[in-house]
Design a binder for this molecule. Structure first.
Ligand SMILES: Nc1nc2c(ncn2[C@@H]2O[C@H](COP(=O)(O)OP(=O)(O)OP(=O)(O)O)[C@@H](O)[C@H]2O)c(=O)[nH]1
Ligand SMILES: [Mg+2]
Length: 282
């Protein structure tokens, strides 16, 4: 990999790259940021900084961080949104199996209630997997929230109406394979009945770029405009997130950084993502 980089460098990026710039470039490539993005970034940073600054590793890092951030559109922070239509602020999470939807619903519920003093209600449509309802009910009981189970779109409507006195309704859905069209249509029908203000597609940072792009494409039957990236703590490299966010035309809403409820969640921030991609995992 390094020799490929060197080869490119000697071929196209003349004169030779300053060491600090080269180190960040290698970092990006090692983190699987697409080569064209890494090249663009290098060119931009090189144009922006003076020769003296280009020998200063901190200045180079800061410039990379700023420019890398521009590749990731960020959604307005859901925690601070108040809908104007008089309904509870309704958020649904959808996505493939096992990516962390239920855990993230619990994290969001705790944050809305404990940090923002909102009255929160939960709805789950996951009666498919054994003990799925119990998983969310356990969180609901610990946090002290009402939980409704919806077996059909009609029941979803009823559940939303019965939680009309809440400020926020969070909807957890069953994990679905991106290859299962019928099940994806089912999620779409549930979502239509709830008419959520926001639908967040939950994606695991541990997946390949190809798998993530396919998931985004297959879940496009459900209207999603935001992405939550989970398991950034488990990912070997996080460059794919930049590549995917650049292509997907969606906004990043949250990242989750571990299993602990409620702590391991952060509002999406391009700076944070850039830091993760440049290898500052802290
Ligand atoms: N390391 C890590 N694990 C996580 C994170 N978020 C969730 N998990 C774990 O991922 C596993 C699956 O989480 P769930 O919340 O049940 O996932 P789900 O998407 O609801 O799963 P299904 O409903 O079966 O589709 C659990 O062991 C969670 O603790 C995260 O940010 N980091
Ligand atoms: Mg679940």
């Amino acid at each position: 990999m390094v020799s490929q980089v060197l080869q490119r460098q000697s071929g196209t990026l003349q004169p030779a790259m300053p060491e600090a710039l080269f180190n960040e470039y290698v970092s990006l490539i090692q983190n699987e940021v697409a080569q064209e993005i890494a090249d663009e970034l290098c060119d931009t940073v090189r144009r922006e900084l003076t020769d003296a600054e280009l020998t200063d590793a901190a200045a180079v890092r800061a410039s990379f961080r700023t420019h890398l951030a521009q590749y990731v559109p960020i959604a307005p922070d859901s925690m601070l949104v108040t809908p104007t239509d008089g309904r509870p602020f309704t958020i649904a999470l959808v996505g493939p199996t096992g990516v962390g939807k239920t855990t993230t619903v619990a994290k969001l519920a705790a944050a809305f209630k404990l940090r923002h003093n909102k009255r929160v209600g939960l709805i789950t449509t996951d009666t498919y997997r054994i003990a799925a309802v119990d998983q969310l009910r356990t969180y609901a009981n610990i946090i002290g929230l009402p939980l409704k189970v919806a077996l059909s779109p009609d029941e979803m409507l009823e559940a939303c109406q019965s939680l009309a006195n809440c400020d926020v309704i969070l909807i957890d859905t069953a994990g679905r394979s991106p290859n299962d069209s019928a099940r994806l249509d089912e999620i779409r029908d549930f979502a239509k009945a709830a008419n959520p203000h926001e639908v967040h597609l939950v994606l695991s940072s541990t997946c390949s770029e190809q798998a993530l792009m396919r998931t985004i494409e297959r879940f496009s039957t459900v209207q999603t405009d935001r992405v939550i990236f989970t398991k950034t703590d488990e990912a070997v490299s996080l460059g794919v997130l930049i590549n995917v966010m650049r292509k997907a035309g969606k906004e990043l809403s949250f990242i989750t950084t571990g299993q602990e409820v409620p702590d391991h969640i952060e509002a999406g921030s391009p700076d944070r993502l850039a830091a993760l991609v440049l290898g500052e995992k802290g």
